[in-house]
Design a protein around this ligand. Structure first.
Ligand code: ADP
Ligand code: MG
Length: 683
């Protein structure tokens, strides 16, 4: 090692390791192990103690054992497929060493006749004789046999022995990195240095020692670096100076008068946050997070009005056209008539589109609604000052960073998401943004009643549905979503559709994954316009759309869904003032765990609470949508087990932000843990 203080060794290629050739490298790369650092996180699962030397008559079949023996006879059959054999003995008995694919010369060298050698391997019995096939550790000097030997979850093609050698080599060459944490933090982890912690992590006596200082220190490093990167991105965005928006509250209070309700406290608070950002001199990059039905749209529309009043244009992007249209219609109702707003639809005539493009460019149109199509190259705004993006919880940090550059320096950005996440994950997932939370639901709303029923009682469900339809309600019927097989999805939904159509002629619509977008929107409109009473669907019914007349949702095979997902689905109903119901159907014989999950849902209508419980039951990797969001999985840290560390890291980051601390000292940490190109312009 030339420079032991440098982290570059850890970031270097695998072929810098002695004993790692092209072949091993390929095997590791397939497992997403790309450099030496990545190897540090493959931890020993168990170990074998090879230091105990047994007598042959004490050997246990199937166990990895070490024996001291004297080779007494070679049997080299010289026939293909027949292995070479060496008969060995000690004073208590005999054992055969079996070699496949080994040359005689090699065998004679490692097991010379009539000399004592120590051999180690898994003991088998064949035709009443002990044998070891391809003994791994052979030595004339028993003290050379390694005392303990770690077992890793091995990658095919790499032997235990060579893997141990590789790890040992890395641990010996581990750079002595300068401590990045301050004394106070370090003290919380028993002053364990990074270096020592890594060595302890691989010590077979420490397997699964999650509560120890070294383990926590390493978990904290991970959490802290992930938060720090995001906080630095946020800082960078904030540094962008913009022309602040100037508005009175006139259009705002006029709009409020048009509403048939008062804003909730949380809505008002969120609106204040946004207004403050708009009028400030720094670019806004804010997330408006709220449970389904908490009323985010109205908050975004009022803030849009303020921006328009300060003579900027606004763009609102929704994931689907039908949702964009719903927002557009609401704005048409609420906004003063002299403000020109438009919907850019894929269905509009070309001439119409051209007109919209022209009027956006000459500042005639003040607000545009649409899907991502509103960000096509040919669309040029005259004075875009605000972008609102609805229901985009699936944007990862990288996509968001690209987004933050959109619209230039004067453009404030608001993202809205109806996916509540556990408290400890807010920084993990959205640390690069400012966050406003709407926890409260509008208070007139009746809670959705949640029931569970075994599929055998489907007749009861049908009767219930009949009654509801007679009362003028509409029903969502969600068929199991089986990710592995779109085909099965399709079949099950078609089957259910046929079944329901017989009972409710002319009243059932079907949506499934094979229907194209245009057709899908048509069907959704028909349902919205009450042409159907029941909508059978496999794909998750589009988030965000308001179906005020839908009061019942039936979810088949409901234990296939995550809790947060079920809560999202349930949020599709209960928008109106009537009592709504959610019926969870399941196949009989639910596991204890599944029963627990259903109970959580029955007992709570709070998406944040449900997401906490969901995470405890399933781990955070599975939480709705976040697999796709690009948030990385932690190597050691666990948001449930290490909640305290997440909170500590958040506090530390706040301190750094508040006091504007220089972060250069964390450079090695960031370089090692977040190799993403994002950080290149940070440190
Ligand atoms: P989400 O937060 O899921 O996007 P929406 O903005 O679609 O929710 O609002 C859901 C419904 O609640 C809409 O019909 C909306 O008009 C209504 N709503 C919003 N705010 C309030 C409020 N303060 N009081 C009563 N109803 C409200
Ligand atoms: Mg919404």
């Amino acid at each position: 090692m030339k420079n032991r203080n440098n982290y570059n060794y850890l970031l270097s290629d695998l072929d810098n390791l002695v004993g790692v050739g092209k072949k091993t490298m390929m095997i590791l790369k397939k497992k997403n192990i790309n450099n030496i650092f990545d190897l540090l996180w493959k931890l020993p699962k168990s170990y074998t103690d090879r230091s105990v030397i047994n007598k042959i008559n004490e050997l246990q079949i199937g166990k990895i054992s070490t024996v001291k023996v004297i080779p007494i006879k070679y049997i080299f059959p010289r026939v293909r497929n027949l292995p070479n054999k060496v008969i060995c003995e000690d004073i208590t008995g005999k054992i055969n060493c079996i070699f496949f694919n080994s040359y005689e010369g090699y065998i004679k060298k490692i097991l010379p006749l009539n000399e004592e050698v120590t051999i180690s391997g898994k003991i088998n019995i064949f035709k009443n004789q002990y044998q070891i096939t391809n003994p791994t550790y052979l030595s004339k000097d028993s003290s050379i046999i390694e005392k303990v030997h770690n077992k890793y979850s091995l990658t095919e093609g790499i032997t235990e022995k060579s893997y141990n050698k590789i790890i040992k080599q890395i641990l010996q060459n581990l750079p002595l990195l300068k401590e990045w944490h301050d004394i106070k933090i370090l003290k919380k982890f028993g002053n364990e240095s990074w270096n020592n912690s890594i060595i302890k992590l691989h010590d077979p006596n420490n397997i699964a020692n999650y509560k120890s200082n070294f383990y926590k220190r390493l978990a904290f490093d991970e959490i802290f670096s992930s938060f720090l990167v995001k906080s630095q991105i946020r800082k960078k965005i904030k540094k962008i100076k913009k022309d602040s928006k100037k508005f009175t509250q006139i259009s705002y209070s006029n709009t409020l008068k048009k509403l048939r309700f008062d804003l909730t406290n949380d809505q008002n608070k969120a609106l204040n946050d946004i207004n403050k950002d708009l009028t400030s001199k720094s670019k806004m990059f804010r997330l408006l997070q709220g449970d389904v039905g908490s009323g985010k749209t109205i908050v975004s529309l009022i803030s849009a009005l303020n921006v328009i009043e300060s003579n900027f244009q606004v763009a609102l992007m929704a994931p689907t056209e039908i949702l964009a249209r719903q927002h557009f219609n609401l704005a048409k109702e609420l906004f003063p008539k002299n403000i020109s707003i438009q919907l850019l639809s894929s269905k509009s005539e070309n001439s119409e589109k051209k007109k919209i493009i022209k009027n956006l460019a000459n500042n005639e149109i003040k607000m545009i609604f649409g899907t991502h199509a509103i960000f096509q190259k040919k669309i040029i705004f005259s004075k875009l000052g605000y972008i609102i993006i609805d229901e985009q919880h699936k944007f990862g940090v990288r996509q968001r960073k690209l987004l933050s550059d959109k619209g230039g320096k004067n453009c404030d950005i608001l993202l809205m998401s109806a996916t509540p996440i556990p408290r400890t994950l807010t920084m993990t997932i959205y640390g690069d943004m400012d966050v406003s939370l709407i926890k409260e639901k509008p208070n007139h709303r009746k809670e959705v009643k949640t029931y569970s029923k075994p599929e055998s009682k489907i007749d009861d469900v049908i009767n219930f549905v009949k009654k509801e339809i007679n009362n003028g309600s509409q029903i969502f019927w969600v068929c199991p979503l089986i990710e592995e097989s779109k085909k099965i999805d399709h079949q099950s939904s078609v089957k259910k559709f046929t079944f329901l159509k017989k009972i409710f002629p002319n009243k059932v619509g079907l949506l499934h994954g094979k229907i194209d977008i245009d057709e899908k929107e048509k069907i959704l409109y028909k349902f919205l316009n009450k042409e159907y009473s029941i909508l059978v669907s496999t794909t998750i019914i589009e988030v965000g759309i308001d179906f005020p007349n839908a009061n019942v949702i039936v979810i088949e095979n409901s234990n296939k869904f995550g809790l947060s997902q079920l809560h999202q689905l349930r949020g599709r109903v209960g928008r109106g003032s009537k009592q709504s119901s959610c019926i969870l159907l399941f196949k009989s014989n639910l596991s204890q765990n599944a029963k627990k999950r259903i109970n959580i849902l029955k007992n709570s209508n709070d998406g944040f609470e449900i997401s906490e419980e969901d995470m405890k039951l399933r781990g955070f990797g599975d939480l709705l949508g976040f697999k796709q969001s690009g948030i990385k999985n932690f190597k050691l840290a666990d948001p449930v087990q290490n909640e305290d560390l997440f909170i500590l890291a958040e506090k530390e980051i706040q301190k750094i932000e508040k006091n504007n601390h220089d972060i250069q000292r964390y450079k090695p940490l960031l370089k090692l843990y977040d190799q993403a190109d994002i950080i290149n312009d940070i440190v």
